[in-house]
Design a protein around this ligand. Structure first.
Ligand code: FAD
Length: 397
């Protein structure tokens, strides 16, 4: 079977990529296990939520899916309070950069559900199968390769897009260079009932033992709600994850009372606790007739809530490189792929350096560094221009 473009993977990045390419007139098919997401029930929230940046919101809007999301399930973020482990603190407000919102918190399941609907409405072919491997072609640069599926199909395409997540089968079988460093941290996520309203403010504490974020979610019948993302050392997280449910909730609430400094009053666990291993990954973003997007291409620490936003930035850049190519070039032409790679080099490197740098700075125990990180935060907080740059920077991915 010969296609123009085959997108392997149907997470948020893969589906957005298929849609973006199809909307620019490319012939696209998706190869991934089908995953129908049922409509959300009121007051039951998907365990994974994402901080969607203004650039990602614009892309989802252009793809026609932002409008399909139920507005009652979206929590706009108008402000951020970031606290250090001493007296350092940075407050960011949307109005400092003349914006209405800094970001929006949206459930993963809701974004996937509307993307699946849009892909279906657009008539994009979806092959309910998996990428099992990639066989190199016999062109001078190994182009003209074939994807072999779990069901034994052999699929040819001008361009294969690897959107099959952090353990990308396409990347591995094509031998695309990839480096991974475990943070030996786990990201714990759950939703909490809060005693006090969050007022559209995302709260974050950089602590010696990890990073705690409380993200605003829509109120439920019992009152204000926030989503917790707490990255902590693996051993501590595993001990919590291994506890019986009631003991676990009590222990988590006890630790939150200390770490969140009573900012939202009493916090009560309202959903199951999930853990995600954290690592810093970077692949060479292209191979022969292959472009990697999303977690297949890179992973960063979630302390800035930017992994998915980086992936959606890849989608924007790849769909532009492919749709603006010269007429005589195929979608997977080496020059088209080089343009894509060049467009993503700087934003991906900048995000890697920023998130990894912050992780190292706050992980360091030495007293001068502890002073420096808190002094740095006080300094940033006093400079409106720097704060505006921070907001603009976080909006661009
Ligand atoms: C704790 C935590 C909090 C986070 N918070 C944020 C945040 O607030 N904002 C943000 O921007 N990012 C955040 N991230 C990052 C974000 O979760 C990821 O960057 C994003 O989910 C990656 O999406 P993806 O589509 O590339 O990969 P995935 O979501 O992993 O999707 C991969 C898809 O490929 C399919 N697949 C797998 N193998 C195959 C195969 N062999 N063949 C075909 N299909 C296959 C899978 O079924 C899946 O559908 C967070 C991450 C963590 C761990």
């Amino acid at each position: 079977m010969k296609l123009q473009i085959l997108v392997c993977g149907a997470g948020i990045v893969g589906l957005s990529c298929a849609l973006a390419l199809a909307r620019k007139g490319q012939r696209v098919a998706v190869l991934a296990p089908r995953n129908d997401v049922p409509a959300a029930q009121s007051d039951v929230y998907h365990p994974r939520v994402y901080a969607i940046s203004p650039a990602s919101q614009r892309l989802l809007d252009e793809l026609g899916v932002w409008q399909m999301l139920p507005s009652a399930r979206i929590a706009p973020v108008q402000a951020m309070e970031i606290c250090g482990d001493g007296d350092g603190r940075v407050d960011l407000h949307a109005w400092q950069a003349a914006r209405e919102n800094l970001a929006w918190i949206v459930e993963s399941g809701e974004i996937e559900r509307v993307l699946i609907q849009a892909v279906r409405m657009f008539g994009i072919e979806w092959l309910d199968d998996r990428c099992e491997g990639w066989l190199e072609g016999d062109g001078p640069h190994k182009q003209g390769g074939v994807v072999v599926t779990a069901a034994g199909r052999r699929m040819q395409a001008d361009l294969f897009v690897g959107a099959d997540g952090a353990a990308s089968r396409l990347r591995e079988s094509a031998g695309i260079r990839h480096q991974s460093r475990s943070y030996q941290d786990t990201g714990l996520v759950t939703h909490l009932d809060a005693e006090r309203p969050h007022q559209g403010t995302a709260l974050q504490w950089f602590r010696e033992d990890g990073v705690l974020a409380l993200l605003p979610l829509p109120d439920t019948a019992v009152g204000p709600q926030v989503s917790m993302v707490w990255s902590m050392r693996e051993a501590q997280a595993e001990a919590l994850l291994g506890m019986p449910r009631t003991e676990q909730a009590a222990e988590l609430e006890r630790r939150l009372a200390h770490a969140a400094q009573g900012r939202l009053g009493m916090l009560r666990v309202r959903s199951a606790l999930h853990g995600f291993p954290l690592s810093l990954d970077q692949a060479q973003m292209t191979g022969p007739g292959i472009a990697l997007v999303g977690d297949a291409a890179h992973r960063v620490h979630p302390l800035a809530g930017q992994g998915l936003n980086l992936g959606l930035g890849d989608v924007q850049a790849l769909s532009e490189a492919v749709s603006r190519r010269e007429r005589f070039r195929a979608a997977g032409d080496a020059r088209v792929l080089r343009r894509y790679q060049r467009a993503r080099a700087e934003p991906v490197l900048a995000m890697r350096l920023a998130t990894d740098g912050l992780h190292r700075l706050f992980g360091a125990q030495a007293a001068p560094l502890a002073w420096l990180r808190n002094a740095g935060m006080r300094w940033v907080d006093a400079l409106p221009f720097v704060k505006r740059q921070l907001i603009e920077g976080a909006s661009r991915n």
